[in-house]
Design a protein around this ligand. Sequence first.
Ligand SMILES: *Cc1c(COP(=O)(O)O)cnc(C)c1O
Ligand code: SF4
Length: 337
Amino acid sequence: MQALNFPPADWQMSLKNLVSDPAELLALLNLPAEHLPAAERAAKLFGLRVPREFVELMHPGDINDPLLKQVLPIDAEFIDKPGYVADPLAESQARPVPGVVHKYQDRVLLILSGACAINCRYCFRRHFPYEENRISGAAKDRALDYIRERTELREVILSGGDPLVSSDKRLEELIGELSAINHIERLRIHSRLPVVIPRRLTEHLERILSSSGLQTALVLHINHPQEISDELTDACQRLRRAGITLLNQAVILRGINDEVEIQVELNRALYRSSILPYYLFLFDPVKGASHFDLSEPQAQALAAQMQAQLPGYLMPRLAKEIPGRPSKTLIQVTPAD
Ligand SMILES: *Cc1c(COP(=O)(O)O)cnc(C)c1O
Ligand code: SF4
């Protein structure tokens, strides 16, 4: 709890002071320098970026640590496999105005910030820093006009990059403007930042979210139970009490969370932290990340085993995104006999 009372500048310090040098990451975790040349090579494809709070959740000496594997650049990223592309979601085609992604009927996504607190090796963002697409200044006014003109919209999703990289002040302004639009009822924030820097969930942010007058959900991105720190749990329980809905989306990643025991524990641990499972996504075929992929039948088999062990409300929806469809595509999970 105490960590959450630091002034906002503290999480911003964590962002400035994160680990970006592969040699430092290996040294912090007592890992041998033999991993360094590959890490340095692959970091040129997509930089290493990981907050110290997240490094502290890793097990020293374990090169196969499931959190480390999500951030450590490795040689497999140079494998160029057919079908693994730079823009698997064809997002660049769904931008009516800069910073706005409008694919689904009653909700629209705003790209608030190009940056993330962490660079996840499996992310399609590795090929799009998104810097030129984020909304600020005139682009923000155009995005707000776009939302005001479309009365069929009910929900605005703040996304990125990571929207919580933005300061509380900037978020407060934007949320104020959104809540003044009559047809907007719901606000959703998609962020991984509280997972990797839990004190990002400041009391000020809690007040902004609980007092906006909008139905508000925070969708976190947690792939493995080891990512859930006590600080994150405390902050989420506090937000839940303040009336915020907490959801999680995870990605199935080979060698990280593709075992049933891990998935079952993840979804139980989420609920202990007042977070409900939302989506379990199949991996997007991102260039340079094919080593994380699990086939659809393998994912279905994993989900069927999870379903046999979890109550229905702790079972995430197995889904993938197929460009051009009017919603995410749910994947059938058939109970084994
Ligand atoms: C995934 C996504 C959403 C949200 O979809 P839900 O099924 O409502 O979670 C909204 N807009 C875009 C562009 C998306 O990619
Ligand atoms: S968008 Fe999400 S998954 Fe991608 S790098 Fe940022 S935090 Fe990681």
